[in-house]
Design a protein around this ligand. Structure first.
Ligand SMILES: Cc1ncc(C[n+]2csc(CCOP(=O)(O)OP(=O)(O)O)c2C)c(N)n1
Ligand SMILES: [Mg+2]
Length: 662
């Protein structure tokens, strides 16, 4: 069924009415963007978007990303109008209230039809790049019959102004992601006023220079919108459609100004808008004929989905495709056997190298793993031998050269993970986690399995000096909820941490890995890292001290222990590769590893910020001891730095003895 322009106008006005009424009821929210982009969104849903509201998780649906997340009422209106089970009209009435899935900004974990969480400007579009990458990768693997869909984005001036936009479109252009289509709400307005206050950029020229096609239209002329969207859809390049719009279109006295960006219109202006729009229905009531037109779009999607189901039935790889899309891991018995065999070894290697060894076992067994690095492949050791580059010429490749685009990489990884069917991991130096921190935060908030391989994890990287030496990064990443931060101590823990990261579907992981070699400390035990912390060396005789360490400092803790034992002082070494996992253990286990026994001295050792370690050491003799680094490092060989900053048995043992003596 094709809807004539005369039918589209009232459909768009339904979005406007819901948006202004919901924002008014909540006395908070952003009416300007949904009202301005209502016409464009209506054409997109009516003429292009492939979706089935009754099967929101259908694998071959088009992905739609509202990158301008503040316009969340546009998203909620579209989902309700097209007939998704959720949100209901009641949910929309409760926009922004406790318990409503119609949250302030769209949250992927609250609504099926929301592909990703948006609101931090720029990241939605950058995640869409990842979705389009996953689509092409799976298409190259499973063919057009199973995977062939577009990724559509609505983005505002803010999304295009953010620095991450440069990274995202550069990557998309280079990779030739022709199925990515961005509709730009070109309204010349941001919060502070006219865009001209802060930018004079020629955006179409920038996109063209990055390998994109650029189209434009009058965003309030249905025929013109249709033409531009059809041109974009037909292009084999990633495409930008500049949609010239009026923010708050339909609010006669307020449209076109920054005042409608993020404030309710007010009762009088809503009356005036109803007049202009010819909208006489009560708030939250959509006239039946208009709702029927919207719902008919959903029915059209059902046909496309059924045709796809029919193709899938006869597809030889259907089972494997379903497994990958469900996010289930394949049989990994062989991997487990290989890793178990390493216990027999004596590997004196950096954990970044250990991670590479893991990848050379994991990547062949898990074809869904898509690796990459932000131009540090040889340093992050992220490329497995079996992986070919993922390029415009070879979408079957499984290794992405992200370039020096940490933020763009992390956002793309989120998009890939959200798309499903692939497990993204990507590397950079740990110090540059700050460049992509908000995307790591969004991995955690969105509950996706993205795995960050962050190497050169302390002053142990040596000569590059304090600009490159993480001090506060490991602890500050631990502050992010629902993020597992792993700092393995040797090859065995590295393999265990990789395993856990892959098995944890709804929590992203950081692997903080060393540049410098570390001896193998473990020759027995199975998946001990899954407990977060465990007793690696038990005290001989009376236990007086517990040394708790992570990563490269576990070796040092073992040396300190041996010296204490030589003086007749019983000491445990607890290796703590993951605080978050330890904190979730049952009390009895936690008490066994770190007893609340004031007669025992607990000492933490980690070459980074000490703040945060007190919670494991404070319940101990004389308040415990925290060995760490609360200042910037320096340029020197690693061994000199460790000695200079007190990471030696010679420095630590006397401190322990002193604490024991008082
Ligand atoms: C990274 C980030 N910085 C700042 C904000 C706060 N903010 C929300 S919307 C907005 C203005 C965006 O302008 P535009 O995209 O043109 O939206 P419009 O006003 O046209 O709806 C700002 C600064 C944000 N959400 N994310
Ligand atoms: Mg704007």
């Amino acid at each position: 069924m094709t809807l004539a322009p005369a039918r589209l106008a009232p459909m768009a006005n339904a979005i406007r009415a819901l948006s202004m009424d919901a924002v008014q009821a909540a006395n908070s929210g952003h009416p300007g963007m949904p009202m301005g982009m209502a016409d464009v969104a209506t054409v997109l849903y009516a003429k292009h978007l492939k979706f089935d509201p009754k099967n929101p998780q259908w694998a071959d649906r088009d992905r739609f990303v509202l990158s301008a997340g503040h316009g969340s009422m546009l998203m909620y209106s579209l989902l309700y109008l097209t007939g998704y089970e959720s949100p209901t009209i009641e949910d929309i009435r409760n926009f922004r209230q406790m318990g409503s899935p119609c949250a302030g900004h769209p949250e992927n974990f609250l609504l099926d039809g929301v592909e990703c969480t948006t609101g931090p400007l720029g990241q939605g579009l950058a995640m869409a790049v990842g979705m389009a990458m996953a689509e092409r990768q799976l298409n190259a693997t499973f063919g057009d019959d199973l995977v062939d869909h577009n990724t559509w984005v609505i983005a505002g001036d803010g999304c295009l102004m953010e620095g991450i936009n440069h990274e995202a479109i550069g990557l998309a252009g280079t990779l030739g992601l022709g199925k990515l289509k961005v509709l730009w709400d070109d309204n010349d307005i941001t919060i502070d006023g006219k865009t001209g206050l802060s930018t004079s950029e020629d955006i179409p020229a920038r996109y063209r220079a990055s390998g994109w096609d650029v189209f434009s239209c009058d965003g309030h002329d249905f025929a013109d919108i249709e033409r531009a969207l059809a041109e974009a859809a037909a292009s084999d390049k990633p495409s930008l459609v500049a949609c010239k719009t009026v923010i708050g279109k339909g609010a006669p006295n307020k449209q076109g100004g920054s005042g409608v960006h993020g404030s309710p219109l007010g009762a009088d202006e809503i009356v005036a808008a109803r007049e202009v729009l010819g909208w006489s229905a009560e708030p939250f009531v959509i006239p039946e004929d208009i709702l029927a037109d919207w719902r008919s779009l959903g029915d059209k999607g059902a046909e496309a989905r059924e045709a796809w189901e029919a193709r899938k039935v006869s597809h030889p790889e259907a089972g494997e495709f379903s497994r990958r899309m469900a996010g289930d891991l394949p049989d990994t018995d062989e991997v487990a056997k290989t890793f178990a065999g390493w216990l027999e070894g004596d590997a004196n290697i950096a954990t970044r190298k250990a991670s590479e060894n893991c990848l050379n076992v994991l990547a062949p067994a898990l074809p869904e793993m898509i690796g990459g690095s932000a131009d540090l492949t040889g340093s992050n050791n992220t490329k497995a031998k079996c992986q070919d580059p993922f390029t415009a010429e070879n979408y079957a490749g499984r290794y992405v050269y992200y370039g020096i685009r940490e933020f763009g990489m992390a956002a793309a990884m989120n998009g890939m993970a959200l798309h499903g069917g692939v497990i993204p991991y990507g590397g950079t130096f740990l110090i540059f986690s700050d460049y992509c921190r908000n995307a790591i935060r969004l991995s955690a908030l969105q509950q996706v399995r993205a795995i960050y391989v962050l190497t050169h994890d302390s002053i142990g990287l040596g000569e590059d000096g304090p600009t490159h030496q993480p001090v506060e990064q490991v602890m500050s990443l631990r502050l992010i909820p629902n993020l597992n931060v792993f700092r393995p101590a040797d090859v065995i823990e590295t393999a265990e941490c990789w395993n856990i990261a892959l098995q944890t579907q709804e929590t992203p992981s950081v692997l903080a890995l060393t540049r410098q070699n570390l001896p193998q400390l473990r020759t027995s035990g199975e998946m001990l890292s899954a407990r977060g912390a465990y007793t690696l060396r038990a005290a001989e005789g009376d236990r007086k001290v517990i040394l708790i360490a992570s990563g490269s400092e576990v070796e040092l803790a073992c040396t300190v222990r041996d010296e204490l034992q030589a003086q007749g002082i019983g000491a445990d070494v607890v290796s703590m590769p993951c605080m978050e996992l330890f904190d979730t253990q049952e009390e009895a286990y936690k008490h066994e590893v770190l007893p609340h026994d004031p007669s025992i001295l607990k000492v933490s050792i980690e070459a980074g910020t000490t703040m945060g370690w007190e919670r494991y050491t404070a319940t101990s003799r004389n308040g415990g001891l925290n060995i760490g680094l609360d200042r910037f490092g320096a340029s020197a060989p690693a061994k000199d730095l460790f000695a200079r900053f007190g990471f030696s048995a010679a420095s630590i043992v006397p401190k322990v003895l002193e604490k024991l003596s008082v």
